[in-house]
Design a protein around this ligand. Structure first.
Ligand SMILES: [Zn+2]
Length: 292
């Protein structure tokens, strides 16, 4: 926080940090350049956005169509949706090979879940975006889709199909984890300052807009964007308007980020994820195990 900014408490604004029972926290002044939050959004994460036009009334039709096996189902849906839909097996090898290669290294539970679900959804090759379309139950992918982006969209589909976010309140565990982070970052002056100190290796460079994490930490950056309505943006994240649109967005994106992070299963990233979001991680694993 800024040096002259008051602390907001339930009793009003105060000039010194509120005291907690048995807490000896203090505030230390530290120069942190660019600690001011960023609101701008990197264009390349647009691909991770969902379609918004879906309607509940289509769920019934979609379920029926999903039951119709293989190509017949896709032909019907192609006709209805106006897209050329294909099955997983009909996708070009330059998409399926790297994805399957990546599965070999994925976290066991995430791997099992993805293998169970990846052939149950239709796909469409699109020039512009990567997104899950709930209305017609298909994943739009670009020719050069990254395997982890595909895993991310599959997790959105799994959420929709099994009503994960409706059933489990990830928001509570995410908020708990974030509250714990806030407690730890008092002496750093900001969450960004804390992350820069404790996880300096996460950060690639500082731009005019602030610190930016390496590409593989984008999922974590997006979760901070969601937790703070994009006040804290570490280089990648959905826009403020996106988070404000629907209060479930944070849980939905966190679930899919968990899916893509543990699909990629990079030890450095999963370590940071588990340390920063231990409660959410536990609940996401529990749900994954229930689904497999
Ligand atoms: Zn997403």
């Amino acid at each position: 926080m800024e040096i002259d900014e008051p602390f907001v408490t339930e009793w009003g604004n105060v000039l010194f940090p509120p005291f907690h029972t048995s807490c000896r926290c203090a505030v230390e002044y530290e120069e942190i350049e660019n600690a001011v939050s960023r609101t701008e959004f990197a264009d390349n994460t647009q691909q991770q956005r969902d379609f918004e036009e879906e309607g509940e009334k289509f769920r019934e039709i979609q379920d029926k169509l999903s039951d119709i096996a293989g190509k017949v189902g896709n032909d019907l849906k192609s006709f209805a949706s106006g897209e050329k839909l294909t099955s997983y097996d009909e996708l070009p090898e330059n998409i399926t090979k790297p994805f399957e290669e990546g599965l070999k290294n994925a976290d066991t539970n995430v791997k099992t879940l993805l293998e169970k679900e990846m052939k149950k959804v239709s796909y469409a090759i699109d020039k512009e975006r990567i997104a899950y379309n709930r209305k017609w139950d298909y994943i739009k992918i670009k020719e050069d889709v990254s395997p982890s982006a595909m895993a991310h969209e599959l997790f959105h589909r799994i959420d929709y199909k099994y009503g994960i976010i409706e059933k489990y309140d990830f928001k509570k565990t995410l908020q708990k984890d974030f509250d714990d982070i806030l407690k730890k970052c008092v002496r750093d002056g900001s969450v960004e300052g804390y992350l820069l100190r404790k996880y300096s290796y996460m950060f690639e460079k500082r731009t005019k807009k602030g610190w930016e994490v390496f590409e593989k930490y984008r999922g974590i950056s997006d979760m901070f964007s969601g937790l703070t309505i994009d006040k804290l943006n570490l280089g990648y994240g959905h826009k403020r308007e996106y988070w404000l649109k629907d209060k479930m967005k944070l849980s939905k994106e966190a679930w899919s980020q968990y899916g893509s992070i543990f699909y990629r299963n990079d030890g450095e990233v999963t370590k940071v994820f588990k340390e920063l979001f231990p409660s959410f991680y536990e609940s996401a694993i529990m749900v994954t195990k229930e689904l497999i």
